[in-house]
Design a protein around this ligand. Structure first.
Ligand code: NAD
Length: 496
């Protein structure tokens, strides 16, 4: 299906099915029940996986605890070599990963391949860092002793991943945890268990010790996360998903003072100033908004454009948006389906509420006939900044545009949000770029670019967008604790 062509395109949906069971202590075990995995482009069930409950979750934690000492004591170089082996194995499976990701998440194959490449970059980068995780040594401030700080693995971790970047999220968390020397229980997203399963198969094939990585799937997340978070052996939770669930996990973490990394929702302001390269801003806005059908926490949520260039920007942007093809990601399209009928259906109400607040739908605005959960790429224009879109994450192929009087108004409106994940500014002026870079109250600022992800960069947010960073050395240290060792030094004796 393609909105510019009435001819149905038949997708090739063959794929290599990963193991659908639960990986616990190096064995693939059945859960008590099974649940179906369906393709959001067709609504059809194409696989089934085991569902874990409390029993399996705690068995997975038993395994992570049992493997803890062995794994933290493996020499860093040896850990790195295992990770490089995993990276090499992954490179041989690009198409298997891409097809599984497209089938279960709906994203177009080209995007699945891009996610695969980025995930491999992360894994290689973490592998390279493994032997470079240093502590420090300094004289005490009173000079009487020495301060040594060692970086040590924090212990067994719970990693909970979302469906929108099913491979990148497990690699970004799991790769960092492996580099740090931690063992883990991974809980996949119910919609996309197979991508995680394929990754876990390769972890096993690469030769990581049993119990280092354990993988569970479930239809009832709370039934596994609550007992795991209540168990003192879990020392760290790393979660990517909604702010609501992040808050629930933080409440659970309070009980045992468990360290949290939370990558939550976003409300990405995308600011185009009057001196911007408009063609570049349009190109980047289309990618930043419509990649993954807008289902990205770093997506451009509010496009804020100086009045002097708004007409040119909007005309060019509309032309690009109207040329986007929508359809089954297994065929050659720009925009795939939304993850579920529920996510698609909520958009009717969302659009009506934006119209009631003064927005005008200038293109799109409706679901595309199924099967599958498609929605037209949509642009809604407001005449001025409007608070209806502040802290209102659309998570959909729906762009909103707001003309502003000047740079000051742009900055003030951009910062009007409870979220603080990604933000963007387009300008040719270095002073403006730096001023926005410093004053945007977000964890990340893209200057003249709409995509920022990189293995060496600390990805993460402020305020309701979360706590902690993924990627960069910061991302590995999230899985480590500082151990301070105070050493008495008798200098006279040292030279006696
Ligand atoms: P979600 O919070 O419902 O689900 C995310 C994960 O949490 C899934 O694995 C889900 O099964 C699990 N989960 C759900 N309820 C749980 C519970 N009670 N206990 C433990 N785990 C539970 O989020 P979603 O709606 O699937 O994903 C969209 C949200 O995630 C958006 O708000 C988006 O911005 C955010 N997100 C953030 C990032 C980031 O890096 N900051 C990346 C991707 C998505």
């Amino acid at each position: 299906m393609n909105k510019n062509s009435p001819k149905p395109v038949v997708a090739d949906t063959t794929f290599v099915q990963p193991n659908g069971r639960l990986l616990i202590n190096g064995k693939w075990l059945e859960g008590d029940a099974e649940f179906p995995v369906s393709n959001p482009a067709t609504g059809e069930v194409f696989a089934s996986v085991s569902s874990a409950g409390e029993r399996e979750a705690l068995l997975a934690l038993d395994a992570a605890e049992a493997a803890k000492e062995g794994w933290r004591n493996v020499a860093p170089r040896q850990r790195a070599e295992l990770m490089h082996r995993l990276y090499d194995l992954m490179l041989t499976r690009q198409e298997d990963f891409a097809r599984v990701m497209t089938l279960e998440s709906g994203k177009p194959l080209t995007e699945a391949r891009a996610e695969f490449k980025l995930s491999c970059d992360f894994l290689r980068w973490f592998a390279e860092q493994t032997a470079h995780l240093h502590g420090s040594y300094a004289p005490a401030s009173n000079g009487g002793f020495r301060i040594m700080v060692a970086k040590q693995p924090i212990g067994p971790c719970l990693l909970i991943t979302p469906w929108n970047f099913p491979l990148l999220m497990i690699v970004r968390k799991g790769g960092a945890a492996l580099a740090a020397g931690c063992t883990m229980v991974v809980k996949s997203a119910q919609e996309t268990p197979l991508t995680c399963a394929l990754f876990a198969e390769l972890v096993q094939e690469a030769g990581f010790p049993d119990g280092v990585m354990n993988l569970i799937h479930t239809t009832n997340s709370a039934s596994v996360s609550t007992p795991l978070m209540n168990d003192k052996r879990i020392r760290k939770v790393s979660f990517t998903g909604s702010t609501r669930v992040g808050g629930l996990l933080m409440e659970l973490a309070a009980k045992n003072i468990t360290k949290c990394s939370l990558e939550l929702g976003g409300d990405g302001p995308f600011v185009v100033l009057d001196d911007a390269d408009i063609d570049l801003a349009v190109e980047q806005a289309v990618i930043c908004k419509f990649r993954n059908a807008g289902q990205a926490c770093v997506a451009a949520n509010r496009i804020i454009v100086d009045k002097k260039v708004e007409k040119e920007f909007t005309e060019k942007f509309l032309k690009e948006v109207e040329a986007l093809t929508v359809g089954d990601g297994m065929t050659s399209v720009d925009v795939g389906p939304m993850i579920s009928a529920r996510q698609r259906d909520r958009l009717g109400d969302t659009i009506r509420s934006l119209e009631a607040a003064g927005g005008t739908v200038v293109t799109g605005g409706a679901a595309v006939e199924g099967p599958g959960y498609f929605f037209q790429p949509t642009v809604i224009r407001f005449d001025a900044p409007n608070e209806v879109m502040c802290s209102n994450e659309l998570f959909a192929p729906v762009a909103t545009i707001f003309p502003v009087e000047n740079a000051a108004e742009a900055l003030a409106f951009a910062n009007k949000s409870d979220f603080g994940l990604a933000s963007y500014v387009f300008t040719k002026d270095v002073s403006r770029a730096l001023t926005f870079g410093e004053r945007l109250e977000f964890g990340m600022v893209g200057i003249n670019r709409g995509i920022m992800a990189d293995a060496a960069a600390p990805f993460g947010g402020t305020k309701a967008s979360g706590i902690g960073r993924e990627g960069g050395q910061e991302g590995i240290y999230e899985f480590m604790e500082d151990k301070y060792i105070a050493l008495t030094v008798n200098e006279a004796q040292g030279v006696a």
